[in-house]
Ligand binder design. Structure first.
Ligand code: WQD
Length: 325
């Protein structure tokens, strides 16, 4: 019952590898290390290679008797996907198709997919359920939805899958062994940490004139360890005969940028240096999850609150300013 984790040397992948090992699962990681870090892979075998290398993947399936796959390997920068679309269609979709072909040829039929709440685009309402219409607003989000649709069509080939639609993953491992590298992230929390810890860094709030109580955008920030456990639960669901589905993985709580800054200042016991700038194109005003389905079907719920997320991020970035090395 060995689990193949593609992209397991990345931020969320590495936390999931640890959660799987903690659940006594044998894990093999396949990662090109193009954007991952080998030192983030703990308690698992790492094979450096590409999911599109069908000979390699077939050999791994046979040698390690792979029964389940958790698929993270993809590019995930929304902005980059708009300036380099073909890079995203190739890596996130074409390579995933090759991976799926190989898995089916090797009789591997259980697949957990790292999807994203960005498939909803700007949802009509929040909390957002899985019934919300999907209206991707970036190539990155389109590639995530494309893979979901491919997976829905593979039930006829005997493959069952769970597409986990992440809201905003953040934080670091509670034992401070792995976390994000702020040099490679455009996301809010790593940049707030850098504003606190790197005096040369200029942090800007992208607009405070939105139609929200304090004028800043609202998101659903979920601890990366909670997110990791959702993948373990999704595998257990499939192994118990669960049917193909997509489900939101979020806390169900909306937090504004201002509220997040206030929490960061409480944790760091000082002000977050920042300026107020213009809105960022493509930013939805308010997106947070209705996570009822994950609770009912996967038996999963978030356990870390915002303070825990910020404390783990602050602890990590204070002691690892250059990420995992
Ligand atoms: C959050 C809020 C910004 C940086 C993206 C992807 C999504 C997922 C998570 C992969 C927004 C504001 C941010 C800054 C700011 N990625 N902000 N100053 O855009 O909600 O989601 O990352 O799955 O697919 O779309 O996350 O952290 O970039 O932004 O004011 O320097 O923080 O405007 O309101 P986002 P984010």
């Amino acid at each position: 019952m060995t689990v193949l984790v593609t992209g397991g040397a990345g931020y969320i992948g590495a936390h999931t590898v640890r959660a799987l090992s903690d659940a006594s699962r044998d894990v093999v990681v396949l990662d090109t290390l193009e954007r991952g870090n080998r030192n983030a892979v703990i308690d698992a075998k790492l094979i450096v290679g590409d999911i599109a290398d069908q000979k390699l993947v077939a050999k791994i399936c046979r040698k390690y008797k792979i029964t389940d796959v958790v698929h993270f390997a993809a590019y995930k920068a929304v902005g980059e996907s708009m300036t380099h679309p073909m890079k995203y269609w190739q890596n996130n979709v074409a390579s995933t198709i090759k991976l799926l072909e190989t898995l089916i040829s090797q009789n591997v039929y259980r697949f957990v997919f790292s999807s994203s709440a960005s498939v909803y685009g700007t949802p009509k309402s929040s909390p957002t359920t899985e019934n919300e219409s999907t209206k991707p607003e970036s190539v990155y989000a389109e590639t995530k939805l494309a893979v979901e649709n491919i997976l829905n069509s593979l039930t006829t080939a005997g493959m069952t899958s769970v597409s986990l639609r992440y809201f905003n993953a953040a934080g670091a491992s509670s034992d401070n062994k792995i976390g994000e590298d702020w040099a490679t992230s455009q996301n809010l929390i790593p940049r707030v940490m850098r504003a606190l810890l790197d005096e040369k860094f200029k942090f800007e709030v992208f607009g405070n004139d939105y139609e929200t109580p304090d004028g800043t955008c609202i998101r659903d920030y979920i601890h990366v360890e909670d997110l990791a456990i959702a993948h373990v639960k999704a595998l257990e669901y499939l192994e118990s005969g669960g049917k193909t589905m997509a489900c939101n993985i979020g806390t169900g709580d909306g937090t504004s940028v201002t509220e997040l800054l206030e929490m960061a200042e409480q944790v760091a016991k000082r002000k977050v240096p920042h300026t107020i700038g213009a809105r960022r194109d493509g930013d939805p005003v308010c997106v947070f999850a209705d996570a009822t389905l994950a609770r009912k079907v996967l038996g999963w719920r978030a356990t870390h609150d915002l303070r825990s997320i910020i404390e783990s991020a602050y602890n990590w970035h204070s002691t690892n300013p250059n990420g995992v090395r």
